[in-house]
Design a protein around this ligand. Structure first.
Ligand code: AHG
Ligand code: MN
Ligand code: MN
Length: 339
């Protein structure tokens, strides 16, 4: 009996090379981009595993653009990704949750045709308590593919449906890399003895409905009546519809989404009376996570509209989000639509 959900031994690099054969115009630039990015993820994973040993825990003195105190590991991960990606010649611009403006490629390096957006460290509040954290990334083509100049804010402000690829690393009991380039979702697990990500779950499909909901319910009193009614409904006794649902909330979007991807159910970060746009950031968190959820057969909306169709107007824009199993997200949308 085998516990592997794949029949072949495949590294992430091999997988990307195999996917490229379906794109006859591919030049190999994209494979090199991914190779550099997985190097950054391996370096971050290594330091996450050493957290506490290398004096990396705790706060820095600075506050980021969202008014949050920056953890040392946030800053470190931001720097590692920048330094792994600035010189490869495949990117024309980057943007990060931890950087105020768009991030230009340094003068001395060539500019390429891709755009990289990232949340270097997701789940910062969990760093100091040894709980799962992650890194999220999103890749676009630049708007003018023939340009060799610096990328612009317009290149960064593209709607999520234009993503070429998206993924996240989840630094949990193992380090996993979840990746899609629009051809389904594949999960790779890091084997530190060989220093590589191996394919461990091919073409993940989410169940149509789950039995778990995930939301910061401490804000219940700030929610709309429709959302309150939906959560109350999930807690009723009704065995035929698997209710009451189980509540799981880690407070690291990557970890909550990873569980939702594998087990099904629904993850929410809704609007509330204090935060009319919710908390999570469209470019660095919601678009890549939404692409993965959709590619696995799930649904991701702001309660009314598809996340991937939102036209961004600001690089640090936030949006409410409901994502997970198709049947569960349709159900919450029904409750939200009832006045
Ligand atoms: P980040 O660490 O990148 O700032 O993101 C934290 C986010 C997200 O990962 C999580 O889902 C959410 O914040 C938790 O927020 P609450 O503590 O308000 O529930
Ligand atoms: Mn985050
Ligand atoms: Mn972050």
């Amino acid at each position: 009996m085998s516990f592997l959900k794949v029949s072949r031994l495949v590294t992430i690099e091999r997988h990307i090379a195999e996917e490229q054969q379906y794109h006859p115009t591919a030049t190999g630039e994209y494979s090199r981009l991914l190779r550099d990015l997985t190097l950054a993820l391996r370096i971050i994973a290594r330091d996450v595993r050493r957290a506490g040993l290398n004096d990396i825990l705790g706060m820095t003195d600075s506050t980021n653009v969202h008014g949050e105190t920056v953890k040392k590991l946030d800053e470190f991960a931001n720097e590692v990704i920048f330094r792994a990606m600035d010189h490869g010649g495949h990117l024309c611009v980057m943007a990060s949750e931890e950087s105020e403006g768009i991030i230009q490629i340094p003068q001395e390096y060539p500019k390429g045709k891709y755009v990289l957006l990232f949340d270097p460290l997701d789940g910062s509040s969990n760093i100091d308590v040894n709980t799962t954290i992650g890194t999220i990334f999103s890749i676009y083509r630049r708007l003018d593919p023939s340009s060799i100049d610096d990328g612009t804010e317009e290149d960064v402000l593209q709607p999520g449906f234009k993503q070429v690829a998206a993924g996240y690393a989840c630094y949990g009991s193992a380090t996993t890399l979840v990746y899609t380039s629009g051809n389904g979702v594949d999960v790779f697990t890091y084997d530190q003895t060989i220093g590589d990500f191996l394919l461990t779950h091919e073409k993940v499909r989410m169940p149509h409905k789950g039995k778990i909901y995930s939301v910061n319910e401490g804000y219940y009193l700030r929610w709309s009546d429709g959302l309150k009614r939906y959560i109350d409904y999930l807690k009723e006794n009704h065995a035929e519809t698997s209710r009451p649902y189980t509540l799981r909330y880690i407070g690291t979007a990557v970890a909550d989404i990873h569980r939702t991807l594998i087990y099904g159910g629904i993850f929410m970060y809704p609007a509330d009376s204090h935060n009319p746009h919710g908390k999570l950031r469209l470019l660095y968190e919601l678009n890549p996570l939404a692409m993965i959820i959709e590619q696995a057969g799930g649904r991701a909306t702001d309660g009314y509209n598809r996340i991937l169709d939102i036209i961004p107007t600001h690089i640090h824009q936030r949006s409410p989000v409901f994502m997970g199993s198709l049947g569960d997200v349709l159900e919450v949308e029904y409750y939200l639509s009832q006045k």
